[in-house]
Design a protein around this ligand. Structure first.
Ligand SMILES: Nc1nc2c(ncn2[C@@H]2O[C@H](COP(=O)(O)OP(=O)(O)O)[C@@H](O)[C@H]2O)c(=O)[nH]1
Ligand SMILES: [Mg+2]
Length: 451
């Protein structure tokens, strides 16, 4: 099967590198507000299980007018135009004078299709015509992409002008285009050259399958996290009761550190699933509401007192208590977000009640102080809520986006209320078992519908 290859070309600073980054799901490609950041062509292979294609990031056109004049001097009729472009990239003088154009035209002469990128927030001007003309001279299949960098003001003018040079004109914003939009673009690529359609359709199918596998992976990551956080305890043997009391606060510190690090590790795993290796996502920096151990804020993510009571009733109730399940389902986990429940206060969960703490005498003398495991019923919901929240941010983040991850309020309870009633109930049961340190066999399956 012939490998499809696309060169992303255009003026400097129009989002060429951003488009490559997003489509290739690669956050290592250099993107910057300074033009000239990409000074050489850069080939990026997009590999899927059964197929793949290549994207070529190129430097922008620098002196298209002069290049077009050179070409015109070397082709007297249309049949000679592609040959003139090929001669241009071999010409020693041209290589010295027009290094950027040489870089960007070389892959086209070698058979790459053209993705011509413009900025739809800047006005169209005749100065773009020389570069579009040069691209036409290559004779390669082509498509124009309007990137509305700041706004959509000039999209119409651009569409009119581009239609003169390109059969296919599409609007594509590499910062915002979601997964479906990216796939749509890929299927438009498949129409550019008949020989490439088969391999590109395979790429699309593979990407869809991979997206599902990513969700599955996330459910596994969350289920392991939940088990670990719910079961973890730390302990130390000491000689006397008073030593045990001295050791308790240290154990508490160690316990909390372990829990935070374990959660941070799961976030790194999450980022790796979505190939975000440079996203700044440290739990500490994020100031995620709430801090895992700030029980005053637990209501933000968890159930309030009555809701917990209902959830508890449902958990313990005989099967078929559908009405109760609904109530709990709606309020489950995040129904309380923004509901002014903070005022409920920490009286309900005193900090010491979050976690089991023990000092016990040992049979052969001495004492053991222990801290953990979690004993609070709300805890699993907090863990789930935080993870799903970050999952949404990361799974929807385009690889061209380089700013730090921002925390906004995403409506998570929507997702919960979409769950089948039976699933809600089973999830309640599972959470309840976890805080009683009982195993849950199908935890991953129960969590999967949340993703
Ligand atoms: N807000 C926004 N900024 C963009 C978009 N596309 C590119 N940029 C920014 O424009 C600048 C140039 O982007 P880059 O991809 O390096 O352009 P190139 O020179 O054509 O490769 C960078 O600062 C990008 O962050 C977009 O769709 N929206
Ligand atoms: Mg660039």
């Amino acid at each position: 099967m012939q490998r499809a290859c696309f060169a992303v070309v255009g003026h400097p600073n129009k989002g060429k590198s951003s488009i490559v980054s997003t489509l290739a799901r690669n956050d290592e490609i250099a993107i910057s507000p300074h033009s000239g950041t990409t000074s050489r062509t850069h080939r990026v292979a997009v590999e899927t299980v059964r197929a793949g294609y290549e994207l070529i990031d190129t430097p922008g056109f620098q002196r298209p007018g002069k290049v077009l004049n050179w070409l015109k001097r070397h082709a007297v009729s249309a049949d000679q135009r592609a040959a003139a472009v090929a001669a241009f990239i071999e010409d020693a003088d041209c290589r010295r004078q027009f290094p950027d154009e040489i870089q960007l035209l070389t892959p086209l002469v070698q058979g790459a299709a053209i993705l011509y990128v413009v900025d739809g927030s800047r006005p169209y001007g005749a100065e773009y015509e020389a570069e579009m003309e040069i691209l036409r001279w290559t004779g390669q299949p082509s498509m124009a992409l309007i990137n509305p960098i700041e706004n959509e003001t000039h999209i119409r003018a651009w569409s009119n002008a581009l239609a003169q040079y390109f059969k296919t004109v599409r609007i594509f914003n590499p910062m915002k285009a979601d997964f479906e939009k990216q796939l749509e673009l890929l299927s438009a690529f498949a129409h550019l050259k008949p020989e490439w359609s088969k391999t590109l359709n395979l790429v699309t199918e593979d990407l869809l399958a991979a997206r599902l596998a990513q969700k599955q992976n996330c459910a596994v990551i969350l289920s392991r996290l939940l088990e670990d956080l719910c079961l973890y305890e730390t302990s130390q043997k000491v000689l006397s009761k008073s030593q045990a009391e001295t050791v308790q606060p240290l154990l508490a510190k160690a316990y909390q550190l372990w829990m935070s690090e374990r959660e941070q590790q799961s976030i790194q795993e999450l980022c790796a699933v979505y190939t975000h290796f440079h996203a700044n996502l440290s739990i500490d920096d994020l100031k995620l509401p709430p801090d895992l151990f700030d029980c005053e804020q637990w209501y933000m993510w968890g159930l309030n007192k009555q809701q917990l009571a209902v959830a508890g009733a449902v958990t313990g109730a005989a099967a078929g208590a559908a009405a109760d399940v609904m109530v709990a389902g709606q309020s489950f986990m995040l129904g309380a977000v923004g509901g002014g429940l903070l005022g409920f206060g920490s009286a309900w969960f005193g900090a010491d009640k979050l976690v089991t703490t023990k000092v016990k005498g040992l049979p052969l003398g001495g004492y053991q102080a222990s801290y953990g495991p979690v004993s609070n019923r709300n805890f699993p919901y907090v863990v789930i809520g935080r993870f799903i929240y970050l999952y949404q941010l990361i799974s929807q983040r385009n690889h061209a986006v380089r700013k730090d991850v921002e925390i906004n309020n995403i409506e998570l309870n929507q997702q919960i209320s979409q769950l089948e009633k039976a699933t809600q109930k089973e999830l309640h049961n599972a959470c309840s078992r976890l805080v009683r340190q009982k195993p849950v066999e199908n935890l991953t399956d129960l969590l999967l519908p949340l993703f």
